[in-house]
Ligand binder design. Structure first.
Ligand code: ZN
Length: 293
C-alpha cells in the first residue's frame, strides 16, 4: 500500500514532469475506481485541462487543475500511478484510467484489486469525498503536543491507532511496524499504558522514520513511480531474520493478510524497568521511572 514515503516521491516526480502539460485525452478502461463523477464526466472534464499543482494529504494525492477541479486519488491497497512514454505497446491489464498528455507522455493508474478511490470534484467541494474531512493531522505535520493530546483520548492497541487515518493520516501497515520498532514500543501495547517517554519516542520516530524512508525510496524509485520499494525496511516482513539492533529473531504475526513484524527483545510488552533491564542515564543515575517503580 502506498504510504507517505512512496507518495511524497510520486508527488515530487510528477511535479517535475506534468505541471502545466495539457491533457489531450483520457480513457477509463476500468472506470469503476472513479467514485465521482461518472467515468464519462471524468473524461469530459479532464480533456483540455492541465495539472497546476500537486499536494498530498494523508494517503491522498491531490492534483489541482486549471479548471478549478481537484483530482483526488487514494490508492488504497494496490493502486499505482505510472508515467510512461505515450502509445505504449502494452499497458497493465488492470489499468483503470489513462491521461494522454500533450507532450507525448501518459499518466496511468492501475490497481490489482481495484480498491482505490478516485474523485474529480470542484476544488471547494471536498465534502464530496467521503470521510476526507474526518482525516486526522498529517503524520509529517503533527506536533508532539497534538500527538500527546489525541493519544490521551485513545484506548486499545497502539498499532491500529497509528494506522487509523482519523487519528493520524498517512501511516499504513508497513511504516507502523517500522515506527514502533524505532520507538521500541510493542505493537500490541495499550495506548493508555504508554509512558511519557514512550509517547515522545513514538512521536519522534514517526518523523524520523518517514523522512529517512522518503530519501531512500526517492533514490531507488527514479521514474518508475509504480515500483513498491520496501526491501530496505528494518523489521516489516523480516520475520525470522535477526533484528538489526539487537540480533534477536524478529517475530511476525499475521491476521488475515495483515502482517505485524516486531522484535520481542527491543519492543517488550512489559516495560523494561519492570524487568530491571532499563539502564540509567550516563553516570549510573537512575531515572525517575526506575526509582518510582
Ligand atoms: Zn531487537
Amino acid at each position: 500500500m502506498p504510504e507517505i514515503p512512496d507518495l511524497e516521491n510520486v508527488k515530487s516526480f510528477l511535479e517535475q514532469h506534468i505541471l502545466g502539460v495539457a491533457v489531450q485525452g483520457a480513457e477509463t478502461p476500468r472506470g469503476w475506481v472513479i467514485r465521482y463523477p461518472t467515468a464519462l464526466e471524468f473524461v469530459r472534464t479532464l480533456e483540455g485541462d492541465a495539472v497546476q499543482s500537486i499536494a498530498r494529504r494523508g494517503k491522498f494525492l491531490l492534483f489541482s487543475l486549471r479548471s478549478g477541479h481537484l483530482l483526488a486519488i487514494n490508492s488504497m491497497l494496490t493502486g499505482r500511478l505510472q508515467y510512461r512514454e505515450g502509445q505504449p505497446k502494452k499497458v497493465h491489464k488492470r489499468t483503470n484510467f489513462i491521461l494522454h498528455l500533450a507532450d507525448g507522455h501518459d499518466l496511468l493508474y492501475y490497481d490489482q484489486k481495484s480498491m482505490g478511490k478516485v474523485y474529480l470534484v470542484p476544488a471547494d467541494r471536498l465534502d464530496l469525498i467521503p470521510n476526507f474531512s474526518k482525516m486526522g493531522p498529517d503524520a509529517l505535520e503533527m506536533s508532539l503536543l497534538e500527538f500527546q493530546e489525541r493519544l490521551r483520548k485513545r484506548r486499545g492497541m497502539v498499532k491500529p491507532i497509528l494506522t487509523d487515518a482519523e487519528f493520524i493520516a498517512g501511516i499504513g501497515n508497513a511504516y507502523a511496524d517500522e515506527i514502533l520498532w524505532e520507538a521500541r514500543v510493542h505493537p500490541h501495547k495499550n495506548a493508555a499504558s504508554l509512558s511519557v517517554e514512550e509517547v515522545e519516542r513514538l512521536h519522534s520516530a514517526i518523523g524520523s522514520v518517514l523522512r529517512w524512508a522518503i530519501g531512500i525510496v526517492g533514490e531507488e524509485m527514479r521514474c518508475d513511480i509504480d515500483r513498491k520499494i520496501r526491501d530496505f525496511l528494518r523489521v516489516h516482513r523480516k520475520g525470522g531474520e535477526p533484528c538489526p539492533r539487537c540480533s534477536h529473531t524478529i517475530s511476525e504475526i499475521a491476521v488475515r493478510e495483515r502482517v505485524t513484524s516486531f522484535c520481542r527483545q527491543c519492543q517488550p510488552e512489559v516495560p523494561q524497568h519492570h524487568l530491571g533491564l532499563r539502564s540509567g542515564r550516563a553516570g549510573g543515575e537512575a531515572s525517575a521511572a526506575q526509582t518510582a517503580s
